[in-house]
Design a protein around this ligand. Structure first.
Ligand code: NI
Length: 180
């Protein structure tokens, strides 16, 4: 079966505010499985359901894995919510939905997140560093926020211009008759 497609900026579906999950259904389990598969395939360390076009408050992540190490610690978070923040940290971020771009983003250095797992058990996660950054980045997706919203207006507008140009080139390539 083909993997689910990751939506790319400026797809308007990335801007939707996602709905809370009210119960774990077989479809939700399937979605979580699919999202993990996409995340490892891309590869990425986190993915939010709206990135695959499903506006539900579901996040998958694994900040410990590496292609070389092969160690995987997949996590599925249903309705994740930040309940406490501390400190500041600057991290260079990228996003599977924001092609060909990375930028420094300032966020909280430590967060406490509450969520549920796929058995509807309550989870409480105290995270710092990369894990805290990833949680904040993915939870932002659930509110229709991308990391480029958290950089300077100048850097953002330069990226938007570059992205529009790349999309125009892509369209021209596709429109050219006989191209492979
Ligand atoms: Ni992202």
């Amino acid at each position: 079966m083909a993997l689910r497609e990751v939506l790319k900026f400026p797809d308007p579906r990335l801007r939707q505010v996602s709905e809370p999950v009210s119960e774990v259904t077989p479809e939700l389990r399937e979605l979580a499985r699919d999202m993990l598969e996409v995340m490892y395939d891309e590869p990425g360390i986190g993915l939010a359901a709206p990135q695959v076009g499903v506006p539900q408050r579901l996040v998958v992540m694994d900040t410990e894995w590496s292609e070389e190490g092969g160690r995987r610690n997949p996590r599925v978070l249903v309705n994740p919510q930040i309940v406490h923040r501390e400190g500041r940290i600057v991290w260079t971020e990228g996003c599977l939905s924001v092609p060909d771009f990375q930028a420094e983003v300032e966020r909280s250095e430590r967060v406490r997140v509450v969520a549920r797992d796929l058995d509807w058990k309550e989870l409480e996660i105290d995270a710092s560093g990369l894990e805290a950054v990833c949680l904040q980045h993915e939870i932002d997706h659930l509110d229709g926020i991308l990391f480029i919203d958290r950089i300077s207006r100048l850097k953002r507008s330069l990226y938007v211009k570059k992205r529009k140009k790349a999309l125009r080139l892509e369209e021209q390539e596709q429109a050219r008759p006989g191209s492979l």
